[in-house]
Design a protein. Structure first.
Length: 646
């Protein structure tokens, strides 16, 4: 291969060392050009490809070069010779986008990147699509390996020579694609040869990339199957629009994977954009455009807030509580706070002073609630034909009197009297028995319902307006006080346990560096790896038989292959006693307890004000609840009186 090549203008370019190699060509350093590299093809391109590259190089502008490693000059073996490559901007200090949206990769390579950083990355991805589409071109082969991201969130697309390029009316096609980024309406194509793509096809891949970035690398068409035939192949699920996070996902046969980020994380308008992109209507040409995504993401970025527990917990302000804290309670950690970003509480916190203020707040007065016994009511009469308890008793007394009269009327009459008395007693008790039992059941049911209706506002009044609710909250604060007092001892105990758990922790850290997306596992290609990632399985540390078996399509054989791969990783691990307990291990423990201390102090400092507010609200809450309580108590009194007739 010649070491000196020439641009279309005849300028000589010295070619340096090889920087990377792909299936179509290799990238080389150009020592004299600090900001450019050369891509040279293994095989000379045909005439069409040469024309495409010449057009691209001739139309390079600042907008394209801001987002794309776009051809800037064609390269030739001699002046006026055929095109064998091109010069393009050097892409340095950037990683493939999956290194950012994968929680496992991000924790290691971008530990300080919170969700606001991911929003900016998603926004820049959309802006890159917008730039390409505004020039009349289509990316075509959208996939996670073509988008490079820097620590400044700037996005650059590579492999631009595979784009579908509109050369003033001549369409140079993109004839390749990745199955799990292919839109539903194109899943049936056996090949992209001769097929013209549209911006709407690109917009599917754009929505998918944004979903990956914002939702921890999860795939929108991967979830928990709700019926047979769903989840067996990712491509099939895409083809049939089985969007697992859709509001109508029950009818689509999928629910989201366990412990995944809910789409309610985003405002309704953006959730609707995803629904449009991933369902039937979008396939007809209505998917949100790149310009719409840029505007929507900028809107969300302008309305963010931080959790009081951790500065790494950033989320949209339409949410009332922190979604990252909620996920951490489920055992899922998307963002790790190493302690440097904690917002400290105000200085001078003294527990005894704060607790004294909490104890000084008096409870509200004892509640004087209306009771059923406070009301005098008249029982509802029984329906005609149903004797009450008094009538039955009267009939039975009459029967006894007749029996006694017969017994004394003649010698031996006691036998007949006994029979008559018994028959009369039974007949009196059975008078209208069927209707009576039916009425009793109805009145008993009504009384039970009335008592439940009364118990609910009573419980609410006690919780929100009475001393019971006040004391319950103060008891919670007392538990926090005890926990705060016990933190130093608990922290020291955990520091002491670091030595006992050193080997297991080292092994866990090692397994977390063994990424499935880099592994060669028999039968587990890119689509199945995407399905595993959607269930939070990204590294060997995440692998267990039960976890993998949750993923539809992973039967005994594929599960065994993944588990065997984990075991092969475990065999490579070697324990280093010299690094049994590192400073970072100690710092992580201290950071964990610092976060607990800060959260407890904040809550306790707010305790006196919270209890005072409880007292102030108690009176107004009782005024609000009293009419409901009186009506419910009167209803119970009436129901009890009605039942008493039976």
């Amino acid at each position: 291969m010649p070491r000196t090549l020439y641009t279309s203008r005849g300028t000589a370019v010295e070619i340096g060392r090889e920087l990377g190699k792909g299936g179509e060509g290799s990238v080389f350093d150009a020592p004299a050009l600090s900001n450019q590299v050369a891509k040279l093809y293994h095989k000379a391109p045909d005439g069409k490809k040469q024309a495409k590259l010449s057009f691209m190089a001739s139309t390079a502008d600042s907008q394209l070069l801001n987002y794309v490693a776009w051809p800037q000059e064609t390269l030739h073996p001699s002046r006026g010779g055929p095109v064998i490559g091109f010069l393009m901007p050097k892409v340095s200090n950037k990683d493939p986008i999956h290194m950012v949206y994968s929680p496992a990769h991000r924790r290691q390579d971008y530990p300080k990147a919170a969700w606001d950083f991911l929003l900016y990355v998603a926004r820049n991805v959309a802006a890159s699509f917008e730039t390409i589409h505004s020039h009349g071109h289509v990316i075509g082969d959208v996939n996670q390996n073509s988008f490079m991201v820097g620590r400044d969130s700037k996005v650059v697309l590579i492999d631009s020579d595979s784009f579908q390029v509109n050369a003033r009316g001549t369409i140079h096609l993109c004839e390749v694609g990745v199955s799990h980024f292919t839109p539903p309406e194109l899943q049936s194509l056996s090949s992209f040869d001769g097929f013209i793509r549209t911006t709407n096809h690109d917009n599917f891949g754009l929505a998918l990339l944004i979903f990956h970035v914002l939702f921890g690398g999860r795939h929108p068409y991967s979830g928990v199957p709700l019926r047979n035939g769903v989840g067996d192949a990712l491509e099939t699920d895409i083809k049939h629009f089985r969007y697992a996070y859709a509001r109508d996902n029950q009818s689509r046969g999928f629910s989201p994977p366990p412990r995944s980020i809910p789409v309610s994380m985003l405002p309704d308008a953006m959730e609707s954009m995803f629904h449009l992109a991933f369902t039937e209507k979008g396939a007809s040409g209505a998917r949100p455009s790149a310009h719409q995504w840029v505007a929507a993401l900028d809107s969300v970025r302008s309305r963010l807030k931080k959790c009081s527990s951790s500065a790494m917990h950033v989320y949209p302000d339409h949410l009332g509580t922190c979604p990252w804290c909620a996920l951490e309670k489920q055992g899922v950690v998307y963002f790790v706070d190493l302690g440097a970003t904690f917002t400290p509480t105000s200085s001078g916190f003294v527990l005894t002073q704060v607790w004294g203020l909490i104890q000084a707040v008096p409870p509200p007065a004892t509640l004087n609630l209306p009771t059923p016994g406070s009301f005098t009511v008249t029982a509802k009469p029984l329906p005609a034909g149903i004797p009450g308890e008094g009538a039955v008793t009267f009939y039975r007394l009459v029967a006894v009197a007749i029996a006694v009269a017969i017994a004394f009327a003649a010698p031996g009459g006691w036998v007949l009297g006994l029979l008559v008395g018994w028959a009369g007693w039974v007949m009196a008790g059975g008078a209208g028995s069927a209707k009576r039992n039916e009425e009793r059941a109805a009145r008993k049911s009504f009384a039970d319902a009335a008592e439940q209706e009364y118990d609910r506002p009573v419980a609410r009044a006690k919780k929100e307006a009475g001393p019971e609710g006040f004391h319950a909250r103060r008891a919670e604060l007392a538990k926090m006080k005890d926990e705060l007092e016990g933190l130093p001892r608990a922290e020291q105990d955990e520091l002491n346990r670091l030595h006992a758990t050193a080997q297991e922790r080292q092994k866990e850290r090692f397994l977390n560096t063994c990424f499935i997306d880099r592994a060669n596992i028999p039968g587990v290609g890119p689509a199945r790896k995407a399905a595993l990632r959607s269930f939070g399985i990204e590294t060997a540390a995440d692998v267990s038989r039960s976890q993998v078996m949750q993923v539809r399509g992973f039967g005994e054989s594929l599960t065994r292959a993944v588990v065997d791969w984990r075991r092969s990783c475990e065999r490579q691990f070697q324990f280093n006693p010299a690094a049994a307990v590192s400073q970072s291990d100690r710092d992580a423990v201290r950071a964990k307890f610092a976060a607990k201390r800060i959260a407890l102090e904040r809550t306790l400092v707010a305790g006196p004000g919270e209890l005072q507010q409880f007292r102030q609200r108690a009176a107004s809450q009782l005024v609000t609840l009293t009419p409901q309580l009186e009506a419910a108590a009167r209803k119970v009194a009436q129901a009890q009186a009605d039942l008493g007739l039976l």
